[in-house]
Design a protein around this ligand. Structure first.
Ligand code: FES
Ligand code: FES
Length: 176
């Protein structure tokens, strides 16, 4: 067993984990952050995407011990004070959510993109979500949603998409 310390959505955590536990198991089974989904379990579907130190990763392929001293962001960190993030709202407005199973991973990939590139081209959006599979929407609505969120962010100068710091402590939870 190993003791690891990290921040999830701005909250400090210290837990003991087995050497073989994945980051996905840590989030879902130990921390009960079930917004992050398990699809394939082998790094191919992107449903388990979270941000690790600001970069999108597939949590099923990361060992929990690799998250020691890291900053993790999950879909639960998107909502602040009960308000959906611009990205979450854009996914609703664009009709980009059908069954919703891919949505948390899509949104985390999109957040990673918009943080490093607030004005992505359609090609850059497509590249950013290339590792996220969706069986329902046909992708057009998802691309529209990310484009919409980027535009909303610029219009409102909403730093929630740009802030490189971990989400604030006043954030609530939202299961995608
Ligand atoms: Fe991790 Fe599919 S569950 S990539
Ligand atoms: Fe169903 Fe994407 S909305 S898999």
């Amino acid at each position: 067993m190993h003791t690891i310390s990290f921040h999830v959505n701005g909250e400090p955590q210290t837990v003991r984990v087995a050497a073989t536990m994945t980051l996905l198991e840590l989030l879902r089974d130990r921390l009960h952050l079930t917004g992050t989904k398990e699809g394939c379990g082998i790094g191919e579907c992107g449903a388990c995407t979270v941000l690790l130190n600001g970069a999108p990763v597939t949590a099923c392929l990361i060992l929990a011990v690799e998250a020691d001293e890291s900053t993790i962001e999950t879909i639960e960190g998107e909502t602040r004070n009960g308000q959906l993030s611009a990205l979450q709202q854009a996914f609703i407005d664009a009709g980009a959510v059908q069954c919703g199973f891919c949505t948390p991973g899509m949104i985390m990939s999109a957040r990673g993109l918009l943080r490093r590139n607030p004005e992505p081209t359609d090609e850059e959006i497509i590249e950013a979500i290339a590792g996220n599979l969706c069986r329902c929407t046909g992708y057009e609505a998802i691309i529209d949603a990310i484009r919409l969120a980027a535009a909303a962010n610029r219009a409102r100068e909403d730093d929630s998409l740009l802030d490189a710091a971990p989400p604030r402590d006043d954030e609530g939870a939202a299961d995608g």
